[in-house]
Design a protein around this ligand. Structure first.
Ligand SMILES: *Cc1c(COP(=O)(O)O)cnc(C)c1O
Length: 395
């Protein structure tokens, strides 16, 4: 099988598919058909292209970290600066694609859940831009913790629905948003926030993100006359990693590493290291590696970076792990914080806590890689995290 495309049922090897009741399967098939038709139309491609350039600010630069490289004394370290995108992360890439698709399909409302609010903010921005109603479900506890992001969403016209059930956080927000979606799936569009969920979402979100690697491959060659030796990206659901990796999958000499959050440690229950510690199972309409209990229920997960706090992982990652094309490693909270500070101090770039996991792995491997080049996907900026980090480090 071609590592780049799922089969007709949406499987990458044994992973993915549509693990859904028949009525929802029909809805997903409709989205898939609409996507297949729209994605290759000049109209859609031109519009998306134009917005990527003039709204998101693409192409994002590649940056050589001179001082960090000197300090580590090994491989040269480069960043793909997705943190410089409008709204501060890679998420705008797929939110824009999804909002445009929803609009073209004639949907009346786009909805989603959000945890820390990053997906909510990117989707609110994309919906405002495209001109479609946006509804974001968010746990009451998260609403309190993430006040600035709630304000951003509201300012951009999104309807933020507080979720008071259960633990009042992400999982309950997912349940709530999904119930609302099921009340009228013909007219609503559920915008999944990563390369997860039932087919066609893992492929579609990946396609909207692959611009990252397409740009990076060209920019890197122009800058260094070579390809990177190793790509490093953090992995929650896996969208920023697939965004960078996809364009390099056929470059056999390029190693790729996905970095999962090992939280308080892989030997504790407090991590979200899905591939390192999980096993194949089913969650949110797909088959993938999953942190699960004996009954197949998702386990509670934890990471200092709420954007990585997910018990599953995209089906294509699950497949790439099995065939050995991508290597999966992990970084702890502590290593993440260390990387967060180190990049801030050596380069004047404050990374998102999520992205700092990728930086942490590069810091770990660079000293033994003299003469090589590492390209990190800096998936987002850390402004959202500074209060939390200042607190942690007693700044
Ligand atoms: C949401 C988020 C992630 C994790 O999502 P993926 O789908 O794994 O990319 C990583 N970095 C940032 C900055 C995020 O906001």
């Amino acid at each position: 099988m071609n590592t780049n495309s799922p089969d007709k049922q949406g499987f990458f090897g044994e992973y993915g598919g549509q693990q859904l009741p028949p009525e929802l399967k029909q809805v997903m098939d409709d989205i898939s058909a609409a996507y297949d038709e729209i994605k290759d139309s000049d109209d859609f491609k031109n519009e998306l292209n134009d917005l990527q350039r003039h709204y998101v600010g693409r192409p994002s630069p590649i940056y050589f970290c001179r001082r960090l490289t000197e300090q580590l004394g090994g491989a040269e370290i480069y960043l793909k600066r997705e943190d410089l995108n409008h709204t501060g992360a890679h998420k705008i890439n797929h939110c824009l694609g999804e909002a445009l698709l929803a609009k073209k399909m004639g949907k009346t409302k786009i909805l989603a859940e959000t945890g820390a609010g990053q997906h909510g903010v990117a989707l609110a921005a994309a919906s405002a831009l495209v001109g479609i109603k946006c509804e974001i479900h968010m746990g009451e506890i998260d609403i309190e913790k993430q006040a600035p992001n709630v304000l951003r969403m509201k300012l951009m016209g999104a309807n933020v629905i507080p979720v008071a059930r259960g633990t009042k956080s992400l999982k309950d927000a997912v349940d709530n948003a999904f119930e609302e979606y099921l009340s009228d799936p013909q007219n609503f569009f559920y915008a999944i926030g990563s390369v997860v969920g039932p087919h066609p979402f893992p492929q579609m979100v990946r396609d909207f993100q692959k611009i990252v690697g397409i740009e990076a491959r060209e920019q890197f060659q122009e800058m260094t006359n070579s390809l990177p030796d190793t790509l490093v990206a953090c992995v929650g659901g896996g969208s920023n990693a697939m965004g960078l990796f996809t364009a390099f999958l056929n470059d056999k000499e390029v190693n790729m590493v996905g970095v999962e959050p090992s939280g308080l440690g892989l030997d504790t229950p407090d991590h979200a290291a899905t591939i390192s510690k999980g096993s194949p199972g089913i969650i949110h309409g797909m088959r993938c590696y999953l942190l699960q209990d004996d009954a197949g229920e998702p386990l509670p997960v934890y990471s200092i970076a709420s954007g990585l706090d997910y018990p599953g992982i995209g089906p294509q990652h699950s497949y790439l792990k099995d065939i050995g094309r991508v290597q999966y490693e992990s970084a702890t909270d502590k290593e993440c914080l260390n990387a967060f500070v180190m990049l801030s101090r050596t380069e004047g770039i404050i990374p998102a806590l999520e992205s700092a996991h990728a930086v942490a792995h590069a810091i770990r491997i660079a000293p033994q890689m003299a003469g090589k080049k590492i390209l990190i996907n800096l998936s987002g900026r850390g402004d959202k995290d500074i209060d939390f980090v200042a607190d942690k480090l007693n700044l």
